[in-house]
Write a protein that binds this ligand. Structure first.
Ligand code: PA5
Length: 444
């Protein structure tokens, strides 16, 4: 299997090898806490051995459900938010054509809902679905999250109007807690096909459960290869033969200690845009607590070199970059020769577009490192299911280790409740009467 690599040479102008090694003990301790379950949040460590433990029977079942949805639907709407959305979105976007939205190449089209409360978004989605055969995968671990609940109520009503309740039921799959939550109750009452999100796997670590696997399979991608890639990385990380997660966790903590408070995840391939969104949630929700934590940001290069490039080159020196560097692109396309050369491009005629992209990447790296921006690289041999599986597990393991190095509980997210309490109070949700009175008094 082609392996990912981590390259840290270009942080050495800012921190030394010794600065990174100073986190050796804390890194090993963090890894031990993940493997032994002795750290904070240890009731959410199901993801640690999940890839090796995912049964063939479960993968077969998910593939069969996906095949049935693909056969009966032109479009499947995956409803979910946060960890119940970003993993599937990240993997599908990484694997599919950039223009899949215009012309799906594989499987049936997967679109997403419930990841915002945009009225136009929902209305436009309804209009789009009005003349299509569609199905729904509704995903919520708690089963009570407002955004997906609203989307599901609206789309379920639309599907039932289009097909009748009995037929609609056959095209709805729910992924939720085994026993708790409104979605579980609804699924049981209506008789939907369901998958369980294990209790000990938190939302942002759930992409390799049915949360991510079902939408990815519906989109036509190989979930066995994805899980296999993750399992290879998991085994090697846990037995100590692969230290990439440790290296990344220790290096970013050494940079943080040196005042680098913002990590920018960079890609040079637009297919990885949503992978960065997934990564932002993983690290932001895991580490941003107790008034600590690296702020995870992301840019798409070279696009954003023409917008954020100035800030990164010359702005406040509180940042470091981690580049997702893809070795080989799927297609080969060369720049043609033009006799008139009016655009002055003949000096690169005959070169692959990817070669130009690589030179942009190298040139940017040199410029940013010279400008005081330490740079790490995560080298992906290609974008494929096995490589993405490795990358997912690598980032998850490093996140757990890094959170423990930082001294936080990487597996809770108490801060996300504050906005919900205010929203419920403002919407006068039963049970929030006191909060409604308090917020009204505050608003005057
Ligand atoms: O990581 C998390 O736990 C959160 O981001 C959740 O994934 C998100 O809030 C969605 O929650 P749920 O799956 O319960 O609807």
């Amino acid at each position: 299997m082609k392996q990912i690599q981590v390259v840290t040479n270009d942080v050495l102008g800012t921190i030394s090898r010794a600065d990174i090694e100073a986190f050796d003990a804390a890194g090993k301790d963090g890894l031990a806490k993940l493997t032994n379950g002795t750290g904070a949040g240890n009731d959410f460590l199901g993801w640690v051995t999940l890839p090796q433990e995912t049964s063939t029977a479960l993968l077969d079942d998910i593939n069969a459900t996906a095949a049935s949805l693909r056969e009966n639907c032109d479009v499947v709407v995956a409803i979910g938010i946060g960890g119940s959305y970003l993993g599937a979105k990240a993997v599908i976007e990484a694997l599919q054509s950039n223009f899949a939205a215009l012309e799906p190449s594989k499987g049936c089209r997967v679109v997403f809902a419930g990841q915002n409360i945009g009225e136009d978004y929902m209305a436009e989605l309804q209009a789009y679905l009005s003349d299509k055969k569609f199905g729904i995968i509704v995903i919520s671990k708690s089963g009570t999250t407002t955004e997906p609940a609203i989307a599901f109520r609206i789309l379920r009503e639309q599907l039932e109007k289009q097909l009748g309740r009995e037929e609609a039921c056959k095209r709805i799959v729910a992924v939720t807690d085994a026993a708790r939550g409104a979605l579980r109750t609804l699924a049981t009452t209506e008789g939907y096909k369901t998958y369980v999100i294990p209790d000990n796997v938190g939302g942002r670590f759930s992409v390799l459960t049915p949360v991510g696997l079902l939408p990815i399979a519906v989109a036509g991608y190989d979930i066995r290869a994805l899980v296999e890639g993750a399992a290879v990385m998991a085994k090697a990380t846990l037995d100590g033969s692969n230290t990439l997660a440790l290296t990344y966790a220790q290096t970013r903590n050494a940079l943080y200690k040196a005042g680098k408070k913002i990590e920018i995840l960079v890609n040079y391939n637009p297919k990885l845009h949503f992978f960065a969104e997934w990564w932002k949630q993983l690290y932001g929700e895991s580490e941003g607590k107790d008034h600590k934590g690296i702020f995870p940001a992301a840019v798409d290069f070279t696009t954003d070199l023409h917008s954020m490039g100035q800030w990164i080159q010359d702005g406040e020196r509180t940042i470091f970059e981690t580049v997702l560097s893809v070795e080989s692109s799927e297609n080969e396309l060369r720049i043609p020769t033009d006799e008139s050369n009016l655009d002055g491009l003949n000096y690169i005629a005959g070169k692959r577009i990817d070669e130009v992209n690589k030179m942009a990447e190298l040139g940017t790296r040199i410029a940013h490192v010279d400008g005081g921006v330490p740079n790490m690289r995560i080298v992906l041999p290609e974008i494929s299911e096995t490589v993405l599986g490795q990358l997912i597990y690598f980032f998850e393991a490093a996140c757990g280790i890094s959170g423990y190095i930082l001294g936080v509980n990487p597996f809770n997210q108490p801060g996300v409740e504050a906005y919900k309490k205010n929203m419920f109070a403002l919407l006068e949700k039963p049970g929030y009467e006191e909060a409604t009175a308090a917020i009204r008094a505050k608003l005057g």
